[in-house]
Each structure stands twice: as structure tokens, then as C-alpha cells.
Design a protein around this ligand. Structure first.
Ligand code: SAH
Length: 389
């Protein structure tokens, strides 16, 4: 499977020796016989083998490593990586029927996402090499999970950085528009082909469970998508308002609330920024607020504006909460690390004139593994805070 050899500068080689998986294009000295999306042997300028990697002819991330040293890369290699990912999840007690089975770099399988929704698998190939390997990936998924269908949602915008077209493909049985899955006893609709991400935000599952431990009273689920947080909070709160700007998302919330016979959830179509301002002018008060916005910082250049956005919603939420109120606040931008996020929250609290206590500092669910030496794999931060007064 390995074709071609890529020589990299010391800076790139050091990055790999320090445990990262990426080498940028600027650290490439020479790419000999490397095909777009091929698997290459990578050497330093002295000729020492660094490892084996996926090669991209387009992305600034030119190499994504599969292994250090001289590992043999064949179908068996990939089968073992899938097996290791399943074994990890078993050790961690992850729900086998509703979870992310492969989380790209976090499972040492760059560019591959595999989510399991019961009998259906939604997969994503995000880079040139995984497109070339799609038949192999399909075989491994079929053998491991025997799904009724596999939907390749190769329509993520990140593929544009690789020069790849955006498309969807189904392998196996045709898919219904939505399927219903059981998330912790709740019946949740997943729009597989038309939904956000691969249909749901599996990465927030552990945080939804955590939020439920502290939630009470009048609750607000801001940036609700299908209302997954709202559904979890419903049984422990008096009322839950779920707010999203997207009409299909608001419809999903209504349908999900109805399906589970939860009468205290109100679905509201609004821009959260306007909604919080309006509730403030009405002197509304909440006991629990969840803020789960989309990634405001898509890249380093948009960081400053993004931080203003995060601060505004957090400041407003803190002012809307009663003393001892709970704020579950998240950021999924990997450009915003935990330190920057915590600083922003402190600024927001100071501007709101309240002390804030940290109850829990959390990350994405365990089926989205984090590699200590690849900071980009820790992308979701979630703080559970309590307003002191
Ligand atoms: N909390 C959800 C995931 C939220 S994803 C869950 O656990 O499943 C972020 C959501 O924010 C998306 O549904 C998107 O439609 C919505 N959104 C983006 N910008 C918004 C805005 N300004 N106001 C309200 N909703 C917004």
C-alpha cells in the first residue's frame, strides 16, 4: 500500500518525535513519487525513517501519520486500528449502539469518522487518502458492525481544503429520512442525511448527563439543535425553553418533545444573541442555562471576533441566572483552548459583577478520544458553573 517517499525538515521530524501526527507543507523538502492521497514513507534529511503517513497534495497539512518507524501498512493494519478503537470504547463503558466508533486522529485513523446509530452507520472521509481507502473502510465497517446501511456524509466543508468534492453516498439499504435512537431512555430523532454533523452531537452526550445532575427550576437550552439537552433537563426542571436559529432544528425539538411526552419544553426559533437581550429587558430569570454555540472561531483570524461573541452570550447568561443558578457553557472551536475559554468566562463574570464557582471542567464524550500530544483532538470544552451572587 505504501508508495513514494517524502523527505521532511528537522522541524517536521521533531513534531512527530514529540507525538504530534501532522507535518505541514512548509516542512516538506521533497516528495518522491508521492501520489495525491497515497500512503508514503517519511524520512528526515539524513535518511532516517520517521514513519508512514497519509499524503495530501492540497492541504496545508501535507502529512498525517499512521505510525512511527517502519510499520507495515496493509488492510490488516487498518483492521487492527478499528479493533483497537472498539476495544477502547468497551473499556470505557461506551454505549455500543449509539456512539462514535472512529474519531479520526483520536483513534490514530486520520480523516475517518464513523458514528453508529443502531443498525445504521454514518461515516465521513475527510481527506484524499481516506477517499482512496473508502472501499477498504466500507469492508471493515461491514464486517465489524453488519449495518443495514452505511451513509458516507462526505459533504463536510473541510473536504474543500483537500480539493475534494462534497457528496453523500449510501451503501446497503436505502435510508429513511430520520431514525429514532434511544439516548439514555429518551427517544431522539436523528435526521441522517439532512441533519447537522452526522445527524447528532454525540460529543455532548456525557455533558448532557452531567448537566442533568445539577439542573433545576426554569431552564434555557440555547443553541439547542434537536433539543438533546432540553430533553435531558425536562424531567428535573419546571420548564425548559429550547432556542435555535434553524427552523428544521426547532421542528426537531417539537417532535422530540412530543415523542417523549414532555410537556414542559417550549421550542423557540430565534437568534440566541437577540433572545438573551430580549429576556434581559423583560427581567426574566433562569435557574439553569446551557450555552452550546457552534464554533465561532473557524480559524485563527476570526479568534478575536469569536471571543467577543462567546463573552457576550456568557455575560448575558450570567446576568439572567439567579444566585446559585447553573451555567453549562461550551465551546467547540479548537482554536479556543481551555485557558482562553476560562479567561473569557472570568471577564464575562467580572462584567456581570458576580462571582462564579467552577463545579466541573469537562471535555467531549469519551468516544471522541483525546491524544495528549495532539492538542487539536481536544476541541470541546464544557464548564459547569454556579453563580455565587
Ligand atoms: N446542543 C445541541 C448542539 C448544538 S449545535 C446538542 O446537544 O445536540 C449549535 C446549534 O446552534 C445549531 O443547531 C445551529 O443551528 C444553532 N445556531 C447557530 N447560530 C445561532 C444563533 N445565533 N442563534 C441561535 N442558534 C444558533
Amino acid at each position: 500500500m505504501v508508495n513514494g517517499e517524502v523527505i521532511i525538515r528537522k522541524r517536521g521530524a521533531d513534531r512527530i518525535r514529540h507525538g504530534h501526527l501532522w507535518v505541514y507543507r512548509s516542512d516538506i523538502v521533497e516528495a518522491k513519487d508521492a501520489e495525491p492521497g497515497g500512503i508514503v514513507k517519511v524520512c528526515d534529511q539524513r535518511g532516517a525513517t520517521i514513519g508512514k503517513a497519509f499524503y495530501s497534495s492540497q492541504s496545508q497539512i501535507a502529512l498525517r501519520f499512521l505510525a512511527r518507524g517502519d510499520a507495515k501498512i496493509d488492510e490488516e493494519f487498518f483492521r487492527k486500528r478499528f479493533e483497537a478503537a472498539d476495544q477502547l470504547r468497551e473499556r470505557l463503558g461506551v454505549d455500543p449502539r449509539l456512539s462514535r466508533r472512529i474519531h479520526s486522529e483520536g483513534d490514530l485513523l486520520p480523516g475517518i469518522i464513523v458514528d453508529r446509530y443502531g443498525d445504521r452507520i454514518v461515516a465521513q472521509s475527510l481527506i484524499q487518502s481516506t477517499d482512496r481507502l473508502q472501499p477498504l473502510i466500507t469492508r471493515i465497517i461491514s464486517d465489524r458492525y453488519h449495518p443495514q446501511s452505511i451513509l458516507f456524509r462526505n459533504d463536510s466543508r473541510v473536504r474543500e481544503l483537500e480539493g475534494l468534492e462534497l457528496k453523500q453516498e449510501v451503501v446497503g439499504d436505502p435510508l429513511p429520512e430520520t431514525i429514532i435512537v434511544d439516548e439514555d431512555g429518551l427517544q431522539v430523532a436523528i435526521p441522517l442525511a439532512a441533519g447537522q454533523k452526522t445527524g447528532a452531537y454525540l460529543d455532548q452526550r456525557d455533558n448532557r448527563r452531567a448537566a442533568k445532575r445539577y439542573a433545576r427550576g426554569a431552564a434555557l437550552d440555547a443553541f439547542s439543535y434537536g433539543g438533546a439537552f432540553a430533553l435531558h433537563l425536562s424531567s428535573v426542571c419546571d420548564s425548559v425553553e429550547a432556542v435555535d436559529i434553524s427552523a428544521p432544528a426547532v421542528e426537531l425539538v417539537r417532535a422530540n418533545a412530543e415523542r417523549n411526552n414532555l410537556k414542559n419544553i417550549t421550542a423557540i426559533e430565534a437568534n440566541v444573541f437577540d433572545f438573551l437581550r430580549q429576556r434581559h429587558s423583560e427581567n426574566a430569570r433562569y435557574d439553569t442555562i446551557v450555552l452550546d454555540p457552534p464554533a465561532f472561531a473557524k480559524n485563527k483570524d476570526s479568534l478575536e471576533g469569536a471571543m467577543r461573541g462567546y463573552k457576550e452570550i456568557n455575560n448575558r447568561a450570567m446576568r439572567l441566572l439567579r444566585p446559585h443558578g447553573i451555567l453549562v457553557t461550551c465551546s467547540c472551536s479548537h482554536h479556543v483552548n481551555e485557558g482562553i475559554f476560562a479567561e473569557m468566562l472570568a471577564d464575562a463574570a467580572n462584567d456581570a459583577g458576580c462571582w462564579v464557582r467552577v463545579i466541573e471542567r469537562r471535555v467531549q464524550s469519551a468516544d471522541h478520544p483525546i491524544l495528549l500530544t495532539v492538542p487539536e483532538t481536544l476541541y470541546l470544552k464544557c464548564f459547569i458553573l454556579e453563580i455565587v451572587y
